[in-house]
Design a protein around this ligand. Structure first.
Ligand code: AQP
Length: 341
């Protein structure tokens, strides 16, 4: 019935080139990508079409192009294997936009009205937000389903968007009497770093767009900057508790323990057992040492890669050609099902 090959398992995930990537992007997504690439074929996209939905990416062409290379360099520096996987920029595969249009007609306004990220990002002035920001989850559904991806490793904040992608897949399959045509993609939300919070406010997630650079650790920060940001991170006057329960109601303390556990690849309980009763000053020194050891090699490798932008462009062009070839038969099937001649 369809011309496109079916994959048993296929991963799709992406990051927006809106600014330098941070520890939340690394622990929530990128670190898991590096693990999952040995289990399934993967597409890792730099989602530049998502980036232009907000002021950070829209209207700054030189910065957007540079951020796109930087994000690709971060993927590679963190350990993504570009021979085994596809690394590409979303805007270089026009099928993303074509499928997104069809999905704009599948998705219902009521579904989008429920999206909490739009509410957070548009803030008090919803009427001034771009239409693109509103339909962002529809484009994200197209990104994933264009390849019939089955697994999507993301941070906790993307869970609701993934549910919408599943709803779009289900409705399309029903509306066009094509049961099983699109798989229902599974979120892969793993580890202690699925929701890294701001270092200045344990109630807000660490974000590229936070005004304060002290709220986040950028993947490009040097050892001094990392140590300083951790030293200045907000905590409370109590020492570390001796059980996980003792972190309840202590958002900033919990965040630093989660970051340690995720960076060390250890269960939270083991981290708490080691530091129970210790003051935060001592814990912060240990955390800074760990963060420097894990993150500065990525920053150094990113610098080396960015010194040769032509090579990054070559990797992205190669990835886009392969992604385009994978997408073409699936989009052709979609158009046929919809009735486009
Ligand atoms: N704080 C976080 N903790 C864990 N995971 C996170 N992710 C983002 N922030 C955290 C995950 O990183 C991946 C890429 O995110 P994105 O670039 O698409 O944008 P975002 O989720 O909107 O991240 P930011 O940093 O908050 O960007 P801005 O400020 O530009 O909007 C996703 O898998 C996300 O879950």
């Amino acid at each position: 019935m369809t011309g496109a090959p079916q994959h048993k398992h296929l991963v799709f995930s992406g990051m927006q080139p809106t600014n330098t990537l941070h520890l939340g992007n690394y622990l929530g997504a990128l670190k898991n990508w590096v693990k999952i690439q040995s289990e399934m074929p993967c597409l890792f996209c730099v989602v530049d079409m998502h980036a232009v939905t907000q002021d950070a990416g829209y209207g700054h062409p030189a910065e957007l192009a540079q951020a796109t290379r930087e994000v690709a360099a971060a993927y590679i520096a963190a350990g993504v294997d570009v021979k085994r996987n596809l690394v590409f920029a979303q805007s270089r595969v026009p099928a993303h936009a074509e499928l997104a249009w069809i999905f704009n007609c599948v998705a219902r306004l009521g579904w989008l009205d429920r999206m909490t990220q739009f509410k957070e990002k548009s803030g008090k002035h919803k009427e001034r937000a771009s239409v693109g920001l509103y339909t962002y989850p529809v484009l994200m559904a197209a990104d994933i389903l264009l390849y019939k991806a089955t697994h999507v490793p993301v941070g906790e904040d993307q869970k609701q968007h993934l549910e919408l992608a599943r709803d779009v897949a289900q409705k399309f399959n029903n509306d066009f009497a094509a049961p099983g045509f699109f798989p229902l993609p599974e979120p892969v939300i793993a580890g202690a770093g699925t929701r890294v919070m701001s270092l200045r406010d344990g109630a807000r997630k660490m974000s590229k767009s936070d005004d304060s650079d002290y709220s986040r650790i950028n993947l490009t920060d040097d050892a001094d900057a990392i140590a300083q940001k951790i030293r200045k991170a907000k905590t409370d006057p109590e020492p570390l508790p001796n059980s996980e329960k003792g972190l309840e109601g202590r958002a900033e303390a919990e965040n630093l323990v989660n970051i340690y556990a995720a960076l060390a690849d250890e269960p939270r309980a083991a981290v708490i057992a080691r530091f129970a009763g210790r003051q935060f000053s001592g814990f912060k020194s240990a955390l800074a040492e760990l963060a420097v050891a894990k993150l500065t090699p990525i920053a150094s490798q990113m610098r080396r890669l960015l010194a040769d932008p032509a090579e990054i462009d070559r990797v992205l062009a190669d990835g886009a050609a392969r992604a385009g070839a994978m997408a073409a038969p699936i989009l052709a099937d979609v158009k046929r099902l919809v009735g486009f001649l």
